[in-house]
Structure formats: structure tokens, C-alpha cells
Write a protein that binds this ligand. Structure first.
Ligand SMILES: *Cc1c(COP(=O)(O)O)cnc(C)c1O
Length: 400
């Protein structure tokens, strides 16, 4: 008889337990299952957790980004500057407004938008900047805002991965979502820290925009269900704009409230696990480990290392999978996907001017390199230290 091989270590796994199951059960048995009291409570608690004046729950982060871009006035034919090196939903949200994504390259060290590239991407049609806090590491918002403010360009933050991440702001550590730009959008997909299955949140300091989000998420209806339900008078609603159905359910919100309570422990654990990886992986020639700039604290949504240029990313990942360790390649580049072959987009150099071939853009060289060289190692709340040691030993042996 041969020994069973150890179970494959997954790349990620949400931290969910009985409190979430109980909360979901409470919402189900209450008889109010969508956008009711649980959603309202989740919004209050989320706003409190990140220090935002307003938080509006929606169905996911893609719909959050769509509404945020609409709120700042993005219209068909406009351009929005963003990173190609992001999950495709970032650029898709711009397309959902009928606008054109203009991709700028990233910084090698942080995988985040390079503020020095913004000037080359601006045109008379630029309407906004969509900045991403990639895999939970805050981007250089100060530099981006210094560029955007004098030009009157609104800044929307794609904070899908950045719940609990922090940025040093006027001498104080502040949570992403305050927001520091104009609007910030979060995701509760299971690949992020806090999950509701699917779900999203929009934070802003603007009461007017918050009101718009509430209108748009529920078909443009001017009376929320909670108000109609609680009224002793007959209430007739109006549909004042063509809206959307971007509601979060109460079942999801009930789960989200429990998840939010776990957030401080989630981040503490991930910081410790990342420090452990740093130790275990130190000194491997050519292997780049993730670093936080002095002004940023990641929530360590992912632990992303950059392989030495000489090794083949796919071969390393396959060898790790064969040995029972699941990994993912670095963040995708939207401009290389089939969906963007015939979809309008531009790069900082003006797509035609830079002589891009399909899937290859000279203006986005760091983005492409990051996709091809980086791999995401397993990291999740319940991951044992001994499993981290297994992952590190395997990678060390493969790169020897
Ligand atoms: C996950 C993710 C999204 C999309 O979030 P959904 O909630 O799945 O819509 C958008 N942007 C980034 C950077 C993401 O990582």
C-alpha cells in the first residue's frame, strides 16, 4: 500500500463559520430577505469600520464601480484612465458606461498604477481616474490626487481587494475607503477578505452621490422599501430615473456583518503569515518578495512573489501543483484578453502611436512583465505554519 499524498494546499479559502450560518438563518427566518434592516445595519457598520461618512451596499464590486463612474459623470465616448494590470472588472465597468479605458503602466515594486505615467494618458476626453489598490496594497493616492485635483479629474478607487488596508494620510494611518479619492468600491467575493458570497459596497463623503447610489441600485425608485413598509400612510413611489437592480440581499448582509467582526483578526493573522513567508523565502537568488512602501499597510489579501526572469512561470506553477500546492499567476493584463481585442481601449501612448501588436503593448511593459513573472502563493486564515514551510521549501528547491 502506498501512503496517500497530502491534500493539495489551496491558494485561498474564506474564513467562515457558525456565526455566519446563524446570521444567515436569522435573516431567512425573519421573512425580510432583500435590502432591508440587515443591509442598513451592514452599511452602518461598514462605514464605521473604514471611517467613511456614507456606505451603500450593492450586488458586487463591478456594479459598485459602474455606479461610481456614473456618479462622477462618465458618459459614452469619455475616457477613464486606469490600470490594465487588474482584474478585468475594473476596465469592464468603464465599458459599461460606454467609455474607453486608457491604460497606464504599473510600478514594478508595488504592481500599482505609476503616477508618473498619468500625464501621458490625459486627453481632452479624459473624465476620471480609476485607481486600483491591487491585491490589497494601497496605490500612491497622494501622487494620483496631486495630479488629478488641479485638472478637476475625479478619482474613483477600486478597493475591491483592500478592505482593512491602510494609508498614511497627513501623519495618521487611515483605512482605505474613507474615501481619500471621491468614491471607493469594495468587493465581498470569496477571493477577498470579507465575503458575503457576492456583494459590494460604495463609500463616499458626498451625501448627494450616496443618494444617487440608493436610487440607482433599486430601479430608480424614490421610496426605499424600508420606508414604504414602515409607513402608516399609503405611499406611492415614483421611478425618477432609469435605474438598475444592483441590490444586496439581507441574507448576504447578515453574513457580511459577522465577517466584518472578524476583519481585525483576519488582518492580524495575514500580517503574521506574510512575515513568516518573508523569513522562509529570504535569500533565494532572483526571487522578489512583496514589500510595503513606508506609507502603506497591506491587508495581505494575496502574497505575490516575482520569479527570477530566467525561470518559466507555468513550469514552476505546474511543478508546485504536482507537489500539492496550488498557486495563481500574477494579476492579469486586461489589454491581452480576447475580450479586448475588438473592444476600444487606449494606452498612455495612444494605442496606434505606440505600435501595439495584439497582446503586446510597449507602453504597458511592466504590466505584462508582472503578469508573466509573478505568482501568488497560498495564503488563508486557517493555513498552518507547517504548510507555509512546505510551500516555501518547494519553491526554494524548484529555484535552486
Ligand atoms: C474582485 C475584483 C473586482 C470585481 O469584484 P466583484 O465583486 O467580483 O464584482 C474588481 N476589481 C478588482 C481589482 C478585483 O480584484
Amino acid at each position: 500500500m502506498t501512503a496517500r499524498p497530502p491534500a493539495t494546499i489551496p491558494v485561498a479559502r474564506p474564513w467562515i463559520g457558525q456565526p455566519e450560518a446563524d446570521a444567515v438563518s436569522r435573516a431567512v427566518l425573519s421573512g425580510w430577505v432583500t435590502q432591508g434592516p440587515e443591509v442598513a445595519a451592514f452599511e452602518r457598520e461598514f462605514a464605521e469600520a473604514v471611517g467613511a461618512p456614507h456606505a451603500c451596499a450593492v450586488s458586487n464590486c463591478t456594479t459598485a464601480l459602474h455606479l461610481a463612474l456614473l456618479a462622477v459623470g462618465v458618459e459614452p465616448g469619455d475616457e477613464v484612465i486606469t490600470a490594465s494590470h487588474s482584474f478585468i472588472a475594473t476596465a469592464n465597468a468603464i465599458r459599461h458606461c460606454g467609455a474607453v479605458p486608457v491604460f497606464v503602466d504599473i510600478e514594478r515594486a508595488t504592481y500599482n498604477l505609476d503616477p508618473t505615467k498619468l500625464a501621458g494618458a490625459v486627453s481632452p476626453r479624459t473624465k476620471a481616474i480609476l485607481a486600483v489598490h491591487q491585491i490589497g496594497l494601497p496605490c500612491d493616492l497622494r501622487a494620483i490626487l496631486e495630479f488629478a485635483r488641479p485638472r478637476g479629474l475625479p478619482v474613483v478607487e477600486d478597493a475591491a481587494c483592500a478592505i482593512g488596508s491602510e494609508i498614511l494620510w497627513e501623519g495618521k494611518w487611515e483605512k482605505i475607503g474613507r474615501p481619500h479619492g471621491d468614491i471607493a468600491c469594495f468587493s465581498f467575493h470569496p477571493r477577498k477578505l470579507v465575503t458575503t458570497g457576492d456583494g459590494g459596497m460604495i463609500t463616499t463623503a458626498s451625501a448627494a452621490w450616496d443618494k444617487k447610489f440608493r436610487l440607482w441600485r433599486q430601479h430608480g425608485m424614490n421610496v426605499p422599501d424600508t420606508v414604504r413598509h414602515g409607513s402608516k400612510q399609503v405611499v406611492f413611489e415614483d421611478y425618477v430615473e432609469v435605474g438598475y437592480n444592483y441590490r444586496l440581499t439581507d441574507v448576504q448582509a447578515a453574513m457580511g456583518r459577522e465577517q466584518l467582526k472578524r476583519l481585525p483578526a483576519m488582518i492580524e493573522r495575514r500580517r503574521a503569515q506574510s512575515a513568516h513567508y518573508h523569513q522562509l523565502l529570504a535569500g533565494i537568488p532572483g526571487l522578489d518578495l512583496p514589500r510595503e512602501p513606508s506609507w502603506a499597510r497591506a491587508n495581505w489579501q494575496s502574497y505575490c512573489v516575482r520569479l527570477p526572469g530566467r525561470v518559466k512561470q507555468r513550469a514552476v506553477m505546474q511543478a508546485m501543483l504536482d507537489a500539492g500546492v496550488s498557486t495563481r499567476r500574477g494579476v492579469m493584463c486586461t489589454h491581452r484578453e480576447p475580450a479586448y481585442r475588438d473592444t476600444p481601449w487606449a494606452c498612455g501612448g495612444g494605442r496606434a502611436a505606440c505600435g501595439c501588436a495584439p497582446g503586446v503593448c510597449r507602453q504597458l511593459a511592466e504590466s505584462e512583465r508582472a503578469q508573466d513573472e509573478a505568482i501568488i502563493l497560498p495564503l488563508f486564515h486557517d493555513m498552518a505554519g507547517s504548510d507555509q514551510e512546505r510551500v516555501a521549501a518547494l519553491l526554494r528547491a524548484l529555484l535552486a
